[in-house]
Design a protein around this ligand. Structure first.
Ligand SMILES: N[C@@H](CCOP(=O)(O)O)C(=O)O
Length: 435
């Protein structure tokens, strides 16, 4: 499979190049040259498998020409020792797809672990160190830190916005040490993302370091996220009604991955793009104008993104046609007060503890279902509520159990290099830390 740049469809690279180089030099994003469409019987067949089985079948479509089946089978088993189960809120009507059963308790584990497995596989051929740069608004950082910790030949630099991630999220990305280095940026997530993107275009940096991204800038962080849409379909097919997914969204990688699954043939009736007050995409769906703006801080911090990097991919996946985008995606956004009320309502009605991001997703789904009496709705549960323990406890007025793998981080000491929101400050610091 070849991958083209969204800024120049004539420039294509191999899957391995797209994986390692992450971002084309023309500042575009890589997309599959052909989305591998499959018929209903193939889709039904693969969706019956486990997450790892689905990953194997879909990975063959992208890597089949370079990675033999036995190696692919090992890689996906290594990446996915956990499942993404659906939880029933209302029979045949409302479900939650729990994506937080991996090591960092967030959906980002799926993409981060897949990338880590495939990068280790390919990098055995070379002795060059890979430097992964990651910008995070909360969840990506922890998943990438855990996914790549102690992976030989890889160094990870994580940029996160000061005071804008939860305490436990911060611990996940600042306490592992070894090949994982955190940078605490005095700015927003958008500043962190802009610094990372500038780094990929900086000639001097690219001469001395082999840079790669584990954000959804990298198409191979996003492709694996399509697997769990198939997994959800496999679990709900017997319901027999059309499926609607509500995806809590920040950088729009998760929703783009769903659209990719739909373009591959997965029958999805509609997507709901559910956001907090960082609502450029819901606004675009109404006005047709894409107007990025400064992100605002909210209680669903992982979605605090003012200029989602995957917007351009969403448009490409729908042939840059506004009507098609609008037919397929509805957008809703919520204030912090509405999110808190949703968390309470979901708990009272279903005894289900939702993190603020998941609550935004469920709320968006309920909103949509008011006008669609036939669909089976699935909201993506992006993180375990314990990652936001103090907030969830104060909103719900009850204790939240913290899984052991997260609880043990609380005692660890944060280690991060503080930098201003400035590319040159980062560059200097990065060159010092990797020297
Ligand atoms: N919401 C993300 C922001 C980065 O998004 P990504 O999908 O591009 O990694 C986070 O939690 O860090």
């Amino acid at each position: 499979m070849r991958f083209y740049s969204t800024n120049n469809p004539d420039v294509t690279v191999s899957a391995e190049e797209a994986l390692f180089h992450s971002m084309p030099a023309d500042n575009g994003l890589y997309m599959p040259a052909v989305v591998p469409y499959r018929n209903a019987s193939f889709v039904d067949h693969i969706a019956e498998g486990s997450l790892a089985d689905i990953a194997f079948e879909i990975s063959r479509l992208y890597f089949g020409d370079t990675v033999p089946d036995h190696a692919l089978a090992d890689l996906v088993q290594q990446a996915f020792p956990f499942d993404t189960p659906v939880y029933e809120l209302e029979k045949a009507r409302k479900y939650v797809l729990e994506l937080f059963h991996g090591p960092s308790l967030a959906f980002k584990d799926v993409g981060a672990r897949y990338m880590a497995a495939f990068m280790s596989y390919f990098s055995q051929k070379t002795d060059k160190e890979i430097n992964i740069l990651v910008a995070t608004s909360g969840d990506t950082g922890g998943a990438v830190a855990m996914g790549f910790h102690n992976v030989e030949g890889v160094r990870v630099s994580i940029l996160y916005p000061k005071n804008r991630v939860s305490d436990l999220q911060e611990k996940q990305l600042t306490t592992l040490g070894g090949n994982i280095q955190a940078f605490e940026v005095d700015g927003s997530f958008d500043d962190c993302q802009a610094i990372v993107k500038t780094a990929f275009l900086d000639e001097e940096l690219n001469k001395v370091l082999s840079l790669s991204s584990a954000n959804s800038i990298n198409i191979f962080r996003l492709i694996p996220q399509s697997f769990y849409y198939f997994r959800a379909y496999g679990q709900l097919k017997q319901v027999g009604t059309p499926i609607v997914f509500s995806t809590p969204s920040g950088n729009f990688g998760n929703l783009s991955a769903g659209v990719l699954a739909q373009r591959m043939g997965l029958p999805i009736r509609k997507f709901v793009a559910a956001t907090n007050l960082n609502n450029v995409v819901p606004n675009f769906l109404v006005s047709g104008l894409y107007e990025p703006k400064e992100s605002v801080s909210t209680i669903s911090n992982a979605m605090d993104v003012g200029n989602p990097s995957n917007f351009v991919r969403l448009c490409h996946l729908y042939g840059n046609d506004l009507d098609t985008i609008k037919q397929n995606i509805d957008g809703y956004f919520y204030t912090d007060d509405e999110t808190k009320m949703a968390m309470q309502q979901i708990y009272q009605q279903y005894s289900y503890m939702a993190c603020p991001h998941t609550a935004v997703g469920i709320k968006g789904l309920e909103h949509y279902l008011e006008n669609d009496g036939q669909a089976c709705g699935v909201a993506l549960a992006t993180a375990h509520p314990s990652k936001f323990k103090p907030l969830v406890e104060s909103v719900l007025g009850r204790p939240v159990d913290v899984p052991e793998r997260l609880a043990r981080l609380a005692e660890r000491t944060k280690q991060a290099v503080a930098i201003p929101a400035n590319f040159f400050a980062f560059k200097e610091s990065l060159l010092q830390t990797v020297a």
